[in-house]
Design a protein around this ligand. Structure first.
Ligand code: PLP
Ligand code: COI
Length: 341
């Protein structure tokens, strides 16, 4: 879509075509140099490993217009690292991490006209996708791979914006089991969450809170975001045990909570039952797309717990202000998280 036809002030989280993408191919054991090309379809063999066996991984990042007018990325080297962790789990070739950051910058520059203005609150979402594009019949890794980075201008992931969302705790579905791929950002983790999401949305919830697959007792994550809760004035989030995505926003929020708000933070098992107790006073979820989204209520079957009359809590608000303040260069970037494109 031509950028002049986009209403940057009313964007949702939907696919909009931008002008350019990066494409690199891996063949005979090495990556070609890759290039920025016009956005468009790619040719792929029907026998491609990704089409048949789901050998695909992706990342999610944002380019923002900062208060200073600069276009900035947030901790892009962490996405490079995580892409390679996912690649290793799926037996795919890794991509040079420094080059990753450089080509992300190039794609953003090539699509500069699609970066939503600072005062719109929107972002240019960046989607690196790495797929096993070579054909294979037996279940085994492809010999050829394709790496694409495309961009989409977006507004908030949850249409509510910085308003609290209602979540359902599921005792019916799980997302990832011990020994599985929960920690990797593989396409295979997302297709199975579409039916649970559809069912919960039909009941009026924004998303599901997934519990651990072994006991269905401890919180894993929120489908497309990590989970946090304030219990006894301590900020708790599920520990990384291989079943949840190690979120970059999660990691940043833990740092901000501890170092800027002086809160005690805990990475631990959190029973869903704790959310129904008085000592639990706030909850929110974090992600590149979700940023920090307050949780207004959690429900399990006929039990419902409302936090703060459905309003964002004080700690949630403070963390949101710190995080987005650093991301938009309204606050000092004392941790060196922001990278200018
Ligand atoms: N959990 C899942 C399943 C996700 O898809 C995402 C989004 O990338 C996150 C958590 C949050 O991760 P991050 O903060 O790195 O975007
Ligand atoms: C993100 O937060 O970047 C995600 O990838 C979440 C979702 C859109 C898959």
């Amino acid at each position: 879509m031509e950028s002049e036809n986009i209403d940057f002030y009313n964007l949702g989280f939907e696919f909009i075509e931008t002008k350019h993408m990066f494409l690199s191919r891996y063949k005979n054991g090495e990556w070609d140099e890759g290039k920025i090309i016009p956005f468009g379809p790619i040719e792929i063999s029907p026998g491609a490993c990704v089409l048949n066996y789901g050998q695909g991984i992706f990342e999610g990042m944002k380019a923002l217009e900062a208060k200073t007018g600069d276009i900035v990325l947030f901790r892009p080297e962490k996405n490079a690292e995580r892409l390679n962790e996912s690649a290793k789990r799926m037996l795919m070739p890794t991509f040079d991490e420094q080059q990753f950051v450089e080509v992300v910058k190039e794609v953003v520059r090539a699509n500069k006209e699609y970066v939503p203005p600072y005062d719109s609150g929107g972002a240019l979402y960046i989607r690196p996708v790495l797929i096993g594009s070579g054909p294979i019949l037996g279940v085994a890794p492809a010999e050829e791979y394709t790496f694409i980075i495309f961009t989409v201008p977006v507004g908030p992931y949850f249409p509510e914006g910085f308003k609290a969302i209602d979540l359902e705790i599921s005792k019916k579905y799980t997302r990832a089991a011990p020994g599985g791929t929960g920690f990797a950002k593989t396409c295979c983790n997302y297709a199975p969450t579409m039916l649970p999401a559809k069912e919960t949305k039909a009941k009026g919830f924004a998303q599901i809170i997934y519990l651990d697959a072994s006991e269905m007792e401890y919180i894993d994550e929120v489908g497309t975001a990590n989970f946090f809760t304030l219990i006894d004035n301590k900020l708790a989030t599920p520990a990384l045990k291989g079943t949840i995505l190690p979120g970059i926003t999660r990691k940043s929020v833990l740092t901000l909570a501890e170092q800027k708000l002086g809160l005690k933070v805990e990475e631990r098992d959190i029973s869903y039952k704790e959310l129904f107790e008085e000592s639990c006073t706030e909850a929110f979820c974090t992600g590149t797309a979700a940023v920090i989204t307050p949780i207004g209520s959690v429900s399990l079957e006929d039990k419902k717990r409302v936090f703060n009359n459905g309003e964002p809590g004080e700690v949630t608000k403070k963390l949101y202000d710190f995080l987005t303040g650093i991301q938009r260069m309204e606050r000092e970037d004392e941790f060196g998280w922001v990278v200018i494109v």
